[in-house]
Design a binder for this molecule. Structure first.
Ligand SMILES: NC(=O)c1ccc[n+]([C@@H]2O[C@H](COP(=O)([O-])OP(=O)(O)OC[C@H]3O[C@@H](n4cnc5c(N)ncnc54)[C@H](OP(=O)(O)O)[C@@H]3O)[C@@H](O)[C@H]2O)c1
Length: 317
């Protein structure tokens, strides 16, 4: 697969940039899908110089906008016969933001960027993934989903299209965690949907990874301080990029689909722990399991219904 094609969203910064460098060093043709072209052109040049790989393409993509995704996919369809890897790395997180953020399509911005954008993009490019002998998709999940070990934690599907805009306060940190749980549900659903097409779709659970000054600058008040402290103890972006690469190329995952994989490459399982304080403590300290919320059929159905409804106008009839 060394001469494969890979699309990496948000490849101009942090883990996405480190992943672009890793794939380029290994000989891949890298398609950087980024919204800020001015900034990204400089990064593209830097990646070519570091890796001595000139097969780097930069294409505009705002993953929170269905129109932008449609335009991006049209460009890809016109120029590529096959895609081997798509990494949905771009993410919206602005911890501490108090104002409800809506996308151009009137969808809460964390969900638009982290969930429904990747959903539409995967669907619009699935024919090209099918043309690969070993098409793989990776979504960027987060350890933040562990908040769903709390049995009271739920995704509020009734607050995703501006319903909270006026009045009730907006908790961007919770919204981020909810969107990453929804992304996991969506990953499982898409994996099931494409399993007979040979497309493998998995999520990676990302722990604290060093963030750029630019990213931290977006955080508000307390969150800025917390991020600076956390950064001192975080793993490097290169470490996470190696994990991306391993999951997307290694024979170890050739048959893996619909899995959540941790940063060390271990396939995780839905929690099997039952109710009770002892079980709950064991569950919290067991790093091999994820909340059973993600394995619940009703939760998956709800997520899929919404994703299908919102993206339907953008998909071929
Ligand atoms: N770092 C961590 O501790 C951590 C932990 C768990 C999960 N993650 C996940 O890892 C992924 C990468 O994060 P990072 O730490 O590398 O952060 P980062 O350096 O801030 O990178 C985020 C990237 O996403 C891009 N992006 C955001 N919204 C976009 C949009 N609408 N369209 C296109 N691109 C967009 C950004 O582009 P611009 O430059 O244009 O803003 C940037 O390139 C994210 O999905 C994040 O949720 C990170």
């Amino acid at each position: 697969m060394k001469e494969g094609n890979v699309i990496i969203t948000g490849a101009n910064s942090g883990i996405g940039k480190a992943a672009a460098i890793k794939f380029a060093k290994e000989g891949f043709k890298v398609i950087m899908a980024c919204r800020n072209l001015e900034k990204s052109r400089v990064i593209k040049q830097e990646i070519m110089e570091i890796t001595k790989n000139n097969s780097i393409e930069l294409l505009p993509l705002d993953v929170s906008s269905f129109q932008s995704i449609k335009d991006f996919c049209k460009e890809i369809q016109a120029n590529y016969n096959r895609l081997d890897v798509i990494i949905h790395n771009a993410g919206y997180f602005k911890h501490g933001e108090k104002d409800y953020q809506l996308s151009k399509d009137n969808i809460e911005l964390s969900f638009a960027t982290n969930v429904f954008g990747p959903f539409l993009m995967t669907k619009l490019l699935s024919n090209l993934l099918r043309n690969s002998e070993d098409g793989r998709v990776l979504t960027a999940c987060s350890t933040n989903i562990r908040h769903f070990f709390d049995p009271k934690r739920k995704i509020d599907y009734d607050s995703l299209q501006g319903e909270l805009k006026d009045g009730i306060s907006y908790n961007s940190y919770k919204m981020y965690g909810d969107s990453k749980m929804a992304l996991l549900l969506m990953t499982f659903e898409l994996a099931e949907y494409y399993k007979n097409d040979g497309i493998k779709i998995n999520a990676v659970q990302i722990p604290a990874i060093k963030m750029s000054k630019e990213t931290i600058k977006n955080f508000k008040s307390f969150w800025k301080v917390a991020a600076l402290i956390q950064n001192a103890f975080s793993s490097t972006t290169e470490y996470m990029a190696d994990t991306y690469y391993h999951i997307c190329t290694s024979h170890d995952y050739q048959d893996a689909t619909g899995k959540l994989i941790d940063d060390k490459g271990q396939i995780m399982q839905a929690s099997h722990y039952t109710k009770g304080i002892t079980q709950e403590i064991k569950q919290l300290s067991d790093k091999r399991v994820y909340p059973s919320y993600a394995a619940n059929q009703e939760n998956m159905k709800r997520m899929l219904e919404l994703a299908n409804r919102l993206t339907k106008p953008w998909l071929p009839a």
